[in-house]
Design a protein around this ligand. Structure first.
Ligand SMILES: *Cc1c(COP(=O)(O)O)cnc(C)c1O
Length: 397
């Protein structure tokens, strides 16, 4: 007998759970794409996306996934042969570097292994570039594989008056961790619909500063990628380079209303922070007397949307919790031994009940499979949640 039938709990770091309200908002026939109504909804979505990123700058939307967002940004920032410096903290930073290289850009990597970037190392590297050959510094705010959180403000400070653009992949962090694009001096920001934005996959957004816009077109800037043609257009089809993703626009509208106007952005960030802390409390308890470990030792460098865990027997555990409890956990992507690692997502549409259920299923799996672990994890997580109750926003909607 399995205890899995019932609601599925999906705790993978993207695509993240889509609220029923968002699915319902998308569940409609396509309207007249030349009528004003849809254009107005689109403009409101674009305004909301700028609020979400903390910017008054420019925004170009694309139909595509996160990888498309990477290429969109690069096609506007670089000419072939330009030098880009990518700070890598795991699988996603490394993939981004490879993809950028594939466009003919010269890529130099500052590799931090599975640790968050060290701003001092960046400052030291930029100090060796007085001619300003490095055209952009690129970093994932959260590398979803290592579950690190980069300190974007400190990275900007470390850049001093070096002319490189600061380019941030916030695909796994926007709507989860604080982002203040303008205050922090981020030039280009990339995020997609299917993680903190609580929508189905399929759209991706590139916010860009006036300084980035002033770079002008290069031989990589095809009309499809050209962000100038999209940002601020008065024709709906131009924003999207063709037929707009109608149903996705309605989904985004609903999701952004939930985040910005109902829960509130600061409360959404606080909820992610509290759920992350409860997760860490549980893993710390499991770690006593065994070899279960949080992959990121420094709490300040941990992502608030996903937690990476070193856990002997992780593959068997993931299979067990899916089969017996209906809980799906993230694979140990990019870990030194992926079969002995897993990731617990607490990203987007999730709450304390879902998280405690997920942690409870892991506890049951550790016991059933005889994986050595410390006791008291659920008590620790519950105590952590009890301490933060009432401070993480106005509740559920
Ligand atoms: C998910 C993710 C990507 C890739 O997005 P896709 O939609 O899978 O192309 C890139 N960067 C980060 C940080 C991610 O979390």
């Amino acid at each position: 007998m399995s205890l899995a039938p019932g609601p599925d709990l999906i705790a993978i770091p993207g695509p993240s759970p889509v609220p029923a309200r968002v699915l319902n908002a998308a569940h409609r026939a396509s309207p007249d794409i030349y009528a004003d109504d849809l254009a107005q909804v689109n403009l409101q979505v674009m305004a909301h996306l700028k609020r979400l990123a903390g910017t008054r700058a420019n925004l170009a939307p694309y139909i595509g996934n996160g990888h498309a967002g990477w290429e969109a940004a690069s096609a506007n920032m670089f000419a072939p042969g330009d030098l880009a410096l990518v700070l890598t903290s795991g699988h996603f930073g490394r993939s981004w570097a490879e993809m950028t290289e594939g466009l003919g850009v010269t890529v130099e990597r500052l590799d931090f292994g599975a640790l968050a970037p060290d701003p001092a190392r960046l400052a030291a590297r930029l100090a060796q570039d007085p001619q300003g050959r490095i055209r952009a510094v690129m970093v994932c705010q959260t590398d979803t594989a290592s579950a690190t959180l980069a300190d974007i403000r400190a990275i900007r400070t470390a850049m001093g008056d070096h002319p490189a653009l600061l380019v941030v992949d916030a695909i796994a962090s926007l709507g989860c961790a604080p982002m203040r694009m303008d205050d922090w001096g981020v030039d280009v920001l990339i995020a997609a619909s299917q993680k903190g934005l609580m929508c189905p996959p399929g759209t991706v957004f590139v916010w860009f500063s006036d300084r980035a816009a002033a770079r002008g077109r290069t031989s990589l800037t095809s009309p499809w990628w050209d962000w100038h043609l999209r940002a601020g257009s008065d024709a709906l089809w131009r924003w999207w380079g063709g037929t707009p993703p109608v149903q996705q626009i309605f989904a985004l509208s609903e999701a952004l209303t939930m985040i910005l106007d109902e829960e509130g952005l600061e409360a959404t960030w606080a909820r992610h922070d509290r759920l992350a802390r409860a997760t860490w409390a549980a893993v710390d308890a499991w770690s006593v007397g065994g070899s279960i470990r949080l992959s990121v030792a420094d709490p300040a460098a941990r992502a608030c949307s996903v937690t990476a865990v070193t856990l002997p027997g992780a593959d068997a555990l993931r299979a067990w919790v899916t089969r017996e409890c209906g809980v799906t956990l993230g694979v140990g992507l990019g870990a030194p031994d992926p079969s002995g690692a897993l990731r617990i997502a607490h990203m987007g549409h999730t709450n304390a009940g879902v998280l405690l259920g997920t942690l409870g299923a892991i506890e049951a799996g550790l016991t059933a499979l005889g994986i050595p672990h410390g006791t008291g994890a659920l008590e620790a997580a519950a105590a952590s949640i009890a301490r933060s109750a009432g401070t993480a926003g106005s509740g559920r909607h």
